[in-house]
Design a binder for this molecule. Structure first.
Ligand SMILES: [Ca+2]
Ligand SMILES: [Ca+2]
Ligand SMILES: [Ca+2]
Length: 167
């Protein structure tokens, strides 16, 4: 991607909107943010009957995969994940993602592992609704990194509980 200044980006965007007359017509889901980290996919419905028991439940099998699509290392510390109702998880610890590296943010309790590419929410309740929800990934300052709304019907055609966003 060509690197251009913020001012020229804004000017270009304004010009494009003026030309296309899209100022009020852009739907929210068309937004694509500039971010090194994006949502690779989500297993929003953990396989099998859901149980939020910490022992024997399956919240660990509900997970969000966040991947570093940039050519630089990125520290997850300070990044936050939110659902449509505002349930929030903040990455509190340093966890560096190399270019192309990813992390699975899983429900349930467990030991985070950089080598194992896993961070646990330390919460045995499910966060991603099985019918529909919105996944928000925010940068440490609060700006959006990536946002995806889904419904089981529209976005999970094969019905396996997994939706792929970025490859
Ligand atoms: Ca779920
Ligand atoms: Ca399930
Ligand atoms: Ca699927």
């Amino acid at each position: 991607m060509t690197r251009i200044s913020r001012a020229s980006t804004a000017a270009a965007a304004t010009a494009a909107i003026a030309v296309l007359g899209l100022a009020t017509a852009l739907p929210a889901h068309a937004a694509e943010y500039s971010s090194p980290l994006k949502i690779k996919g989500v297993q929003y419905d953990a396989p099998g009957a859901d149980s939020n028991k910490c022992s024997g439940g399956n919240a660990k099998n509900e997970y969000l995969t966040i991947k570093n699509y940039s050519r630089s290392k990125v520290n997850l510390k300070g990044y936050a994940v939110k659902d449509a109702t505002g349930n929030t998880f903040v990455f509190r610890a340093s966890h560096v993602l190399e270019p192309g590296d990813y992390v699975n943010l899983r429900g349930g309790r467990g030991t985070d592992s950089d080598a194992g590419n896993v961070v646990y929410r330390q919460n045995c309740n499910f966060i991603w609704n099985n019918d529909k929800d919105t996944i928000v990934l925010n940068k440490p300052g609060g700006a959006h990194a990536d946002v995806h709304a889904y419904t089981k019907k529209a976005n999970d055609r094969d019905g396996d509980g997994y939706i792929k966003y970025h490859g």
